[in-house]
Design a protein around this ligand. Structure first.
Ligand SMILES: *[C@@H]1O[C@H](CO)[C@@H](O)[C@H](O)[C@H]1NC(C)=O
Ligand SMILES: *[C@@H]1O[C@H](CO)[C@@H](O)[C@H](O)[C@H]1NC(C)=O
Length: 171
């Protein structure tokens, strides 16, 4: 009995470290780093039978207190381009979305925060998309990096989105 409980706890912890899927297909997805934590990786898989993605994420300790967090309003219409970068020294520390079965797409919003007393510099969008159509996304930031912006396009034949991230150094 105790063995089982310990194993379950261990399993949960291991999955927690790797990041569990935060949603089921067609359900709301909430990726949210809280406290003094910083978004450090985003993972996703696509399933054609659902024409949707599961999402997961990881956080790590931020190099200073995280403050002034605010969720945006929705950043894209269904099937349309999403192109958003947090202003000034804000960075993305969360992402939420909901699915629509008619469009087979999601609308997204993000949470922008600041990390005291840091600023974002040397920002650039990833040259390539970080995922292929219908394929896995596996994006991790190096220590000292953060995501400041997101860009994604939808394809109605693939019923999927490809993503680029605006990466900065947090100095
Ligand atoms: C995204 O929006 C920014 C302005 O906010 C613009 O400068 C940039 O060209 C846009 N990117 C694309 C690929 O359309
Ligand atoms: C994603 O990351 C996991 C763990 O690091 C790795 O096993 C897997 O091969 C990666 N997948 C891709 C498509 O890079």
């Amino acid at each position: 009995m105790i063995r089982t409980v310990v194993c379950l706890l261990l399993l949960f912890c291991i999955h927690g470290i790797k990041g569990q899927w935060v949603n089921d297909y067609h359900d709301d997805a909430v990726l949210d780093c809280r406290g003094n934590q910083l978004l450090s990786s985003i993972g996703s898989i696509h399933k054609n039978s659902y024409e949707d993605r599961l999402w997961k994420f990881q956080c790590r300790p931020a190099p200073g207190p995280v403050y002034d967090c605010d969720w945006t309003s929705y950043l894209n219409e269904f099937d349309q381009v999403l192109n958003f970068t947090c202003p000034r020294d804000y960075l993305i520390n969360g992402m939420m979305s909901y699915f629509d079965n008619l469009y087979k797409d999601r609308r997204f919003l993000v949470k922008c925060c600041r990390v005291y007393p840091r600023s974002t510099t040397n920002c650039h969008f990833t040259a390539k998309f970080v995922n292929d159509w219908d394929k896995e996304m596996n994006f991790s930031m190096l220590v000292g990096e953060c995501i400041k912006g997101v860009y994604s396009v939808h394809d109605n034949r693939k019923q999927d989105r490809r993503w680029k991230f605006n990466i900065c150094n947090l100095v």
